[in-house]
Design a protein. Sequence first.
Length: 296
Amino acid sequence: MALFSKSYDNFLGFALSGGGAKGFAHLGSLKVLEKCGLKPDIIAGTSAGSIVGVLYADGFHPEEIVELFKKREFKEFLEFSISKSGFLKSSRLHDFLKNNLRAKSFEELKTPLYVIATDWNKARTVAFSNGDNLIDAVVASCSIPVIFNPQFIQGDPYVDGGLLKNFPVSVIRKKCRYVIGVNVAAMIPPAEKNSIRTVIERTFNLMANSNTIVDKSLCDILIEIEGIDKYKMFDLNNMDTISEIGYHQTAIKMNQKDSWKIVDKCHKHYKRIEQFQHKLELIRKRMNYSIETNTL
């Protein structure tokens, strides 16, 4: 712990925002961050950011995550439900995660993860980070009110984390020396013709943007993905294009001088960790040798 600072548990954290299908831009961003040699010690994700976040924390590379979603229609993740609380239920998303995630609990993930959801009854943000409710937490984080039924966890209803915390930087800010935030929730223009779908999408977009202002200011590197405002919340037909835009926008940001200063500090940190681990290994070998010698 003293290698980075006595006040930080982690050196680098990633915060991934919600944004529906625009969340595919996270995959392009992660590709660039990997090319920069960066690996998070912790991840926080809301809604679409929680889906990408849980797969990445489980050890999938961005290209592998793309393949998991490729050629899948949005209807495959949905099941119609006649209910007073939502038009759709997300059991297909639950099944998809269950069939593809290797980890069955938060503790089994390769990278610690915070999944953000909204407690419907208590009107508060909840960050799930431990226990075997991993899949339920991610489904809850994506359960947009009216469209989806709430996800019940230990008897309590939870809905999309984007209602109150669409960009979960503050959730990990005090735990990390540096935080890189990727915000894909671009403000969308109002639809030319209103429908239930467009009104819900516009409403949620306004809420998501209004509650990200403080979190944007907390990033050491803020990556905002521009040029995806024309893509709808449920548009799974332009996944590759959205991912490419995320890659391009992130590459531009990471090539800036201020960003590269932090990248350089991360590389120096990794080198110190490597040197420290090497010294520990030498000590371990010496101790083993000493024990074997005394035994003989």
